[in-house]
Design a protein around this ligand. Structure first.
Ligand SMILES: Nc1nc2c(ncn2[C@@H]2O[C@H](COP(=O)(O)OP(=O)(O)OP(=O)(O)O)[C@@H](O)[C@H]2O)c(=O)[nH]1
Length: 402
């Protein structure tokens, strides 16, 4: 059973007559409604299992060494701040709430995709070569990407004929089925690779895509799960970036290792990994600087960090996550290509889905780059980060079409 069947119910193929011999199909202009059965969607997975924080523990100050200083979150300030900021947000989310969040965040994408698609279908009377050429253009304009659009259109040429789709609704459903099923067949593992011992996650991406925010949200998640979390501010070039990470650490009551301005980011990583290891932290989240201007430097910097991490923990980093801003559409795809040439990536965090009409790029990222999307940013709040859920994403993106 393909992903489409699991989410939306029976395929058009099972609802319409089989007539594989016809070449060109005329639309039945009576426009019969295709039946959907959203009820058959599987129960959404619960993503965040959080325990309310009863007290915030601040780690004791560690000794500064060389150019590294370990900033301890000042207990008094943190207590007040964490209490004030976390209290309204610490209720664990229910699967229903997560589903609604996906739906809300994908509304813009779904609307623009749906509008474009419906407009395209309204202009056609028959499924001929011109239909497929325009379909390809429509898919490209919908941020599906050229390669995927071409492949999809070729597949659909066969599929639409095979299924003898007659009405516009039939054709529409065959197209969506194909997109959803292709996506569902990616076989990529979208779960984060959490270890029993220390898990090290390295976050990369260009400036402003949401790396620091994602780390802050994730720190909060793991802290609520009772894990011991350490953050490392390996972006030593921008004081603002460091301060921002320290602020997120305060909000969640976790420790953070920072370097002096313009110090070697690798030395921050060194200090953080060492400390995480010796003090038995569960999770280390490393924030890096996102400058792509000089690819060689970036590569060297990431290589150096990788070596330092491996010296201490040979199988780490367990995740190298590229943060991409969903509002940038195809630009995000080029960034993913560039970064995957610089360093091996284990997953993608797609941020700002809530503000984007271009969420469809997930389909392309997974299909073209074969890198799984593991986390999605659905807002600016501390709880607005979810594990990527294929079924919720597909339901959200096609909500205006099916
Ligand atoms: N709406 C929305 N905004 C987000 C999301 N994730 C991050 N942001 C916002 O995006 C902006 C940039 O986020 P940062 O976390 O500072 O990005 P960064 O990649 O760390 O940037 P640098 O530190 O400059 O490298 C901030 O205003 C965040 O609040 C999201 O999922 N949804």
């Amino acid at each position: 059973m393909g992903l489409f069947d699991k989410i939306f119910g029976k395929k058009v193929a099972e609802q319409i007559e089989e007539n594989a011999s016809a070449d060109i199909f005329k639309f039945d202009l009576t426009e019969k409604e295709a039946t959907t059965d959203a009820e058959t969607a599987p129960e959404s997975k619960s993503v965040i299992v959080s325990e309310p924080i009863s007290e915030i523990e601040i780690e004791p100050k560690s000794v500064s060494e060389k150019e590294i200083e370990t900033i301890e979150v000042v207990a008094e300030t943190a207590d007040v701040k964490v209490e004030a900021e976390l209290k309204p947000e610490i209720e664990p989310e229910t699967p229903k709430q997560i589903e609604e969040k996906y739906e809300k965040s994908l509304k813009k994408t779904s609307k623009s995709f749906g509008a474009r698609f419906n407009e395209f279908l309204a202009n056609f009377r028959s499924v001929d070569e011109a239909f497929f050429e325009d379909l390809e253009d429509t898919l490209i304009m919908s941020d599906v990407g050229v390669d995927v659009a071409t492949q999809l259109t070729d597949d659909l040429r066969r599929e639409v004929k095979l299924q003898n789709a007659k009405s516009k609704d039939d054709v529409k459903r065959v197209i969506i089925e194909k997109m959803v099923d292709n996506f569902g067949e990616s076989g990529l593992n979208t779960r984060l690779n959490l270890q029993d011992g220390l898990t090290v996650m390295l976050f990369v991406g260009v400036n402003g895509v949401g790396k620091t925010t994602t780390i802050g949200k994730l720190a909060n998640r793991y802290k609520h799960e009772g894990k011991k979390v350490l953050l490392a501010a390996a972006d030593t070039f921008r004081a603002g970036a460091r301060d921002q990470l320290v602020e997120w650490a305060r909000r969640s009551g976790v420790d953070v290792v920072v370097g002096k301005e313009n110090s070697d980011p690798a030395s921050v990583v060194f200090d953080a990994v060492k400390r995480a290891n010796t003090e038995q932290f569960d999770v280390l989240l490393i924030d890096t600087a996102g400058r792509l201007q000089n690819k060689d430097n970036l590569m060297k910097e990431l290589e150096k960090m990788g070596k330092i991490i491996k010296r201490e923990l040979p199988d780490a980093p367990h995740e190298t996550l590229l943060a991409l801003d969903a509002t940038t559409g195809q630009n995000a795809i080029s960034q993913a290509k560039e970064f995957s040439n610089v360093t091996p990536l284990t997953g993608i965090v797609l941020t700002k889905l809530d503000g984007s009409a271009k969420g469809g790029i997930i389909l392309t990222i997974q299909q073209i780059l074969q890198i799984p999307v593991k986390l999605v940013g659905l807002g600016e709040g501390i709880q607005d980060l979810e594990d990527f859920d294929e079924a919720l994403f597909v339901k959200g993106i096609f909500q205006d079409l099916i």
